[in-house]
Design a protein around this ligand. Structure first.
Ligand code: HEC
Length: 463
């Protein structure tokens, strides 16, 4: 009796050590090398999960595409408990005879499930490399064709031109018309550029459509990037500086208007009252209010300190593609998708709904031959220029609405227009990727140039 109990115990001990030995023998490396999130787990998620679980398609409110995403609780609670696979929804959902996940497609292999289980067991550590999601180019791009120019700005002293390129912003000396700096940031697409009021910094908005939006700030003198802030999952448009140079406002493909503090990147205000993409922002009332312009046809007045909606400024007539503030008055001119060109007071519009009046309208200009893509005031406010999807840019006298000049020769949409501060030049650019310099009064072309060096495409003989 005694010996038999002994032998049972002995056998049990033997079996356990055998089993342990066996495990160690099957996974000789497993015991030493911890599972890596980045190297081992992300490829599995990328293949089988991220299609349904990413920031743009959040099935069950679960995002498996990044470590930070996975750590956010889903609809049914936290996806995992670090160190405790048994209590982790993630493991439950991929285990068993007929696992819940992936919802469609092949189940994960037992090895993959074991790997993810062990990663959680080992504490679910994040080892994502710092530059893992970087989209920054190591070298400036080479262009066989000039890049479409979506945006442009002139520095307050008129000495520099900032031009949107592909993955980069180009700084050009306006005296020599030479390229002086190439500012390579994260965003493949640059949507807007704006010099700070003191001219020392350049703010840039852009992003990668359906992936991320971004705000960049650059030191213009040494070409160093001082801020790079990813925001939202889609492009940011229409960046503008507060008059004191401490904040920027942006519009977005997510229909938002945001105010961001430059010094620490903190988002101070988020406004969600627009019904469509917000293409432009500008500051009015001494920097206490914001004006935003959207494809939803409205120019909205917003309290810049708390993001509260004040009023629609205009009667809703057509989708707004572009807008610019008058340099001295609290007025703004917009260009519409149906060729409208109108100037408004940036004020409350109490009578709008009752009387269907457009009480803030200061002036309606001649209808443009196509959707208006760009508008600009001269520095003294006396001239207003508008570019459209046709070949002409038209220049008007702000006070009378009379056409002063027609600048022709463009072979595609004009997306960017800027006057030099002395009013002697009007820079135009757009689809063609060419910058033209006009005399805005006579309409005479003064110069024409590409902002980037072009690399000729080599013709290879083919048989
Ligand atoms: C074809 C789409 C699809 C794929 C692929 C997919 N899921 Fe899901 N997943 C869903 C849906 C839909 C839900 C929400 C179910 C619900 O709310 O009841 C969900 C929910 C979840 C949840 C929350 C818990 C639960 O079961 O509701 C987790 C965790 C999860 N998925 C993990 C994964 C993992 C890991 C993969 C890859 C191995 C994956 N999913 C692949 C569609 C998918």
């Amino acid at each position: 009796m005694k010996s038999s109990l002994h032998s049972v115990l002995n056998r049990a001990i033997l079996t356990r050590s055998l089993a342990l030995g066996l495990v160690a023998w099957i996974h000789p490396i497993a015991a030493e090398t911890p599972v890596s999130w980045w190297r081992d787990v992300t490829p599995v998620f990328k293949r089988s999960c991220n299609g349904c679980h990413n920031p743009n398609k959040l099935k069950g409110e679960v995002d498996t595409s990044t470590f930070a995403g996975l750590m956010k609780p889903g609809k049914h609670g936290p996806n995992l408990a670090a160190g405790d696979p048994v209590k982790s929804l993630l493991i439950t959902s991929i285990s068993g005879k007929e696992p819940d996940m992936p919802k469609e497609g092949d189940a994960l292999s037992p090895q993959e499930v074991a790997l993810i289980t062990r990663w959680i067991q080992e504490g679910a550590k994040d080892d994502t490399p710092a530059d893992a999601y970087s989209t920054r180019l190591k070298e400036p791009p080479t262009y066989a064709l000039p890049p479409v120019i979506s945006a442009m700005d002139v520095s307050p002293d008129g000495s520099r031109l900032a031009v949107a390129g592909y993955h980069e912003v180009l700084l050009i000396d306006t005296g020599s018309l030479e390229l002086t700096s190439r500012l390579l940031g994260e965003s493949p697409r640059i949507e807007s550029v704006a010099f700070s009021p003191d001219g020392r910094s350049l703010a840039v908005s852009g992003g990668a459509p359906a992936r991320f939006g971004e705000i960049q700030v650059w030191n213009v003198t040494d070409g160093r990037q001082t801020q790079g802030l990813r925001r939202t999952t889609d492009s940011l448009f229409g960046i503008s500086w507060s008059p004191d140079g401490t904040r920027v406002a942006t519009g977005g493909a997510d229909k938002s208007v945001r105010v961001t503090r430059i010094s620490d990147g903190q988002e101070l205000v988020k406004f969600d009252n627009h019904g469509d993409w917000v293409f432009r922002t500008t500051w009015v009332a001494g920097g206490t209010r914001l004006l935003s312009a959207s494809r939803d046809r409205a120019m909205k007045l917003i309290d810049a300190t708390n993001g509260q909606f004040i009023d629609d400024v205009n009667k809703l007539l057509e989708p707004i593609d572009c807008m610019v503030r008058h340099p001295s008055e609290d007025w703004a001119a917009y260009g519409g998708a149906e060729g409208g060109l109108r100037m408004y007071k940036a004020k409350e519009n109490q009578d709008r709904t009752s009387g269907n009046n457009d009480v803030n309208l200061v002036r309606e200009f001649e209808r443009q031959p196509g959707p208006v893509q760009s508008v600009a005031f001269s520095a003294d406010g006396s001239l207003l220029a508008a570019g459209n999807t046709g070949t002409e840019v038209r220049v008007y006298e702000t006070a009378s609405g009379k056409k002063k000049a027609t600048l022709s020769g463009h072979a595609g949409s004009v997306f960017a227009l800027k006057f030099s501060p002395d009013g002697k030049r009007l820079y135009t650019a757009g689809f063609e990727g060419i910058i033209r310099v006009f005399d805005p009064v006579s309409g005479r072309l003064q110069a024409i140039f590409y902002p980037v060096p072009l690399t000729p495409v080599r013709q290879t003989a083919q048989n």
